[in-house]
Design a protein around this ligand. Structure first.
Ligand code: SF4
Length: 245
């Protein structure tokens, strides 16, 4: 029962199912901004005290007017309940279904409309050291999902000294080989406790964004401080949500 919370946005009529656990062990995982926890897979934030079963989730989702359901993590594709919940959202509620944050593990998935995949690094060795997983598995999964017609988005965290500009640019170039219309969001690294890396400068961010825009038609970026990252509702009303289960 790895989904532990559902939030709802009244303005944009979407619900988000929050999953505990991940297949990767990224040392710079932004979930650690709140917890400061170590890099053990699935433990970037403390284990919730309880989880939601499928009937409870279905009841909560029926109570609110919904246009979209998002699943996010950790890594939501490892949830045993995901196929049943996607089927319920797509075929009973008849709403759009997205993975709002996924490591890109085992895509595509039935009854899923789209996914926002975090692509971590271009260099194979860096990818393995960073995530504990082979780069090829993740990039193939992304390409397969795009080929299956899913609405794909990608994001990458630019971490100077770990994932440098050349790697971010190479990822953008690779995505463009699939479809230059796929949106890419570049996040400037937000320092997490216990890691040696520093935030990129404004100039570094601009450089990497400019490089990626030579390949892709929709490149956005964020460059938040740790404090700003902890209060996203002040910057974007899509984060103004309330818990419904
Ligand atoms: S894939 Fe995402 S959620 Fe999982 S450890 Fe890495 S950054 Fe954290």
């Amino acid at each position: 029962m790895p989904f532990f919370k559902i939030t709802y946005n009244d303005k944009y009529r979407f619900a988000t199912l929050h999953h505990y656990g991940c297949v990767m062990h990224c040392p710079v995982c932004s979930y650690k901004l709140r917890s400061g926890a170590n890099g053990v897979p699935g433990q970037s934030f403390p284990r919730p005290s309880s989880f939601l079963d499928i009937p409870t989730i279905q009841t909560a989702l029926r109570r609110v007017p919904i246009d979209k359901v998002y699943f996010m993590g950790g890594e939501p594709t490892i949830a045993r309940e995901l196929p049943a919940l996607l089927d319920f959202a797509k075929n009973t509620l008849k709403v759009k279904t997205y993975l709002g944050h996924t490591a890109g593990w085992k895509l595509p998935v039935e009854n899923l409309d789209g996914a926002n995949v975090g692509l971590k690094a271009w260099d194979k060795q860096v990818h393995l050291a960073y995530t504990g997983r082979e780069k090829q598995d993740i990039f193939s999964s992304f390409a397969n999902a795009a080929a299956a017609g899913l609405e794909m988005k990608a994001n990458v965290v630019y971490v100077p000294g770990l994932v440098d500009q050349d790697q971010v640019r190479a990822i953008a170039q690779w995505i463009a080989g699939i479809n230059a219309e796929i949106p890419l969001h570049i996040m400037g690294y937000i320092p997490v406790p216990g890691q040696p890396y520093t935030r990129p400068t404004i100039q570094q961010m601009q450089e990497v964004v400019d490089q990626c825009r030579r390949h892709l038609n929709h490149v956005a970026y964020s460059h938040l401080s740790s404090q700003e990252a902890l209060d996203l509702t002040a910057r974007d009303d899509r984060f103004a949500v309330r818990a419904i289960a």
